[in-house]
Design a protein around this ligand. Structure first.
Ligand code: NAP
Length: 259
């Protein structure tokens, strides 16, 4: 399917690896030029080179922490007026409710709620002026089915979800859509880190921890970054202009609910 976005320009945050990279690759495959961000310059350069070689699009690299004021300013200066924004950042650490104090919450809110809000605040006006824009926020299945040990993530992402619910409806008249993509378990470094924690805590191998988690998913496997990216690119397509303010789960059926 031609997504109708060839020649557009996207900012993909936290996109050198994992789900962000999946989104960047799928947008590049649709002919979208990229401003690609991550903190580590080396992995970012490797990913950018691979995307240029595979898809022939322009990729501007910005090595910066998207959750810091200075990092965000650097990224926004390089991005200019983009047509498409994909927000993403690393997730907060797991733990127990009693582990977390105010500073932990402020860090989580900054990274996973206030950073995407700041990026939207900066980039929505130009999209609205041009009468076309797409925003996809990578959040988590924990928005619909909270994960007990991810309390910091549950809290920050719920806040972002509430913000998007209203804002998406305020910018839709100008041809701009905002939607959230909710990953369930996907095979990325983040999933590996969580599985390693479980393996260490339970004294089992990493493979055993992975197999146990995969068994909880009706699809009986982890999702892939390519599948995730394909959905992101579709939400950024011309065809997706009537999808507004939605929270779309990609979880292999793990969240057991109907509505
Ligand atoms: P990942 O494989 O660890 O990749 C994270 C990417 O983000 C890397 O490119 C990393 O590069 C970059 N990054 C992290 N923090 C950053 C920052 N502060 N500024 C700029 N770039 C940053 O993670 P993932 O699995 O793709 O997860 C992406 C998001 O989805 C996370 O918020 C995660 O919590 C959420 N999620 C993932 C899953 C899953 O199963 N994978 C499930 C639910 C939710 P650098 O380290 O070089 O910056």
């Amino acid at each position: 399917m031609d997504l109708g976005i060839r020649g557009k320009r996207a900012l993909v945050c936290a996109g050198s690896k994992g789900l962000g990279r999946g989104c960047a690759e799928a947008l590049a495959a649709a002919g979208v030029d990229l401003v690609l961000n991550a903190r580590g310059a080396e992995a970012l350069a490797e990913t950018a080179a691979a995307i240029r070689a595979a898809h022939g699009v322009a990729v501007t690299e910005v090595a910066a922490d998207i959750t810091s004021d200075t990092g965000r300013a650097q990224v926004l200066a390089a991005a200019g007026a983009v047509d498409i924004l994909v927000t993403n950042a690393g997730g907060p650490p797991p733990g127990l409710w009693s582990d977390w104090g105010r500073e932990d919450f402020l860090r989580a809110l900054d990274a996973n709620m206030l950073t995407p809000i700041a990026l939207m605040t900066a980039l929505l006006p130009a999209m609205m002026q041009r009468g076309w824009g797409r925003v996809v926020n990578i959040t988590s299945q924990s928005v619909k089915a909270p994960i007990a040990q991810l309390g910091l993530s549950n809290a920050a992402r719920a806040g972002l979800t509430g913000y998007v619910a209203g804002t998406a409806r305020q910018v839709a008249p100008q041809g701009v859509t905002i939607n959230n993509l909710l990953p369930g378990i996907h095979a990325t470094d983040r999933a590996d880190a969580l599985d390693r924690g479980v393996a260490a805590a339970q004294g089992i191998t990493l493979e055993a921890a992975r197999a146990a988690r995969a068994a909880t998913i009706p699809a009986r496997r982890y999702g892939t970054a390519a599948e995730f990216g394909a959905m992101c690119a579709f939400l950024c397509s011309t065809q997706a202009g009537f999808i507004v303010g939605q929270n779309i789960l990609l979880d292999g059926g793990a969240t057991n609910s109907t509505l």
